[in-house]
Design a protein around this ligand. Structure first.
Ligand code: ITT
Length: 204
């Protein structure tokens, strides 16, 4: 296995402009003793997501932030992959919400696509990319499988959470407490691989 580059302490840019993701990533990173700053706080531009995979877009966002800020940066590219929609919205999950970032509208688009279809299975993907200012990157992927319900339920999450029920549960991600989502989510799974490979021990 190739050696992973380690990162311990110091400043870390959270390279996202999505408030829901920012909150979750900040909570996941909190025990590791970094001094975190968001891309928004640094006034970094939102790069265009020109990649055709979650991995490519995560790397593109992390490298853009790390080089502009001259600091290590952590980016997340994620989305919901719906089997009966041939994998849509997938990497286009944010774009399905339109310029107003209206996720009630995005969820309705998914539900409209599922009309008359019996397969309501879907999974969330999160790819986390950690980039250093010299261009080195490390990439990790997590998935959580489940089913889509209608109407949407719960206010605790963000994005498509209110219509996603993870396998083995009856509540949606919108109804599950944030701490519990962190124990099972796609983002948490990618993050635990990242911490094992690249972060030192938890502090405190
Ligand atoms: P950044 O690129 O600035 O991080 P973004 O919202 O554009 O923000 P993505 O391109 O990765 O990020 O879009 C992923 C979308 O998928 C996101 O807008 C959410 O709506 C959805 N999504 C990702 N993770 C989710 C989660 O845990 N729960 C609900 N929806 C999620």
């Amino acid at each position: 296995m190739t050696e992973r580059r380690q990162l311990s302490g110091g400043r870390l840019v959270l390279a996202t402009h999505n408030k829901g993701k920012l909150r979750e990533i900040a909570e996941l990173v909190a025990p590791y003793g970094f001094s975190v700053v968001s891309a928004g706080e640094l006034g970094l531009p939102e790069p265009e997501e020109t990649g055709s995979t979650f991995e490519a877009n995560a790397v593109l966002k992390a490298v853009a932030a790390a080089t502009s800020a001259n600091l290590p940066a952590l980016a997340d590219d994620s989305g919901v992959v719906v089997a009966a929609l041939h994998g849509d919205p997938g990497i286009y999950s944010a774009r399905w919400a339109g310029p107003a970032k209206d996720f009630a509208y995005a969820m309705k688009r998914v539900e409209d696509g599922l009309k008359g279809k019996s397969d309501r299975s879907a999974y969330f993907v999160a790819v986390l990319a950690l980039a250093w200012p010299d261009g080195h990157t490390e990439v990790f992927r997590g998935e959580v499988h489940g089913n889509l319900v209608w109407p949407p339920r719960g206010e605790k999450g963000f994005g498509y959470d209110p219509m996603f029920v993870p396998e083995g549960r009856s509540e949606t991600f919108g109804e599950i407490e944030p701490g519990e989502k962190h124990a099972m989510s796609h983002r948490a799974k990618a993050f635990s691989q990242l911490t094992e490979a690249c972060f030192g021990r938890k502090t405190g």
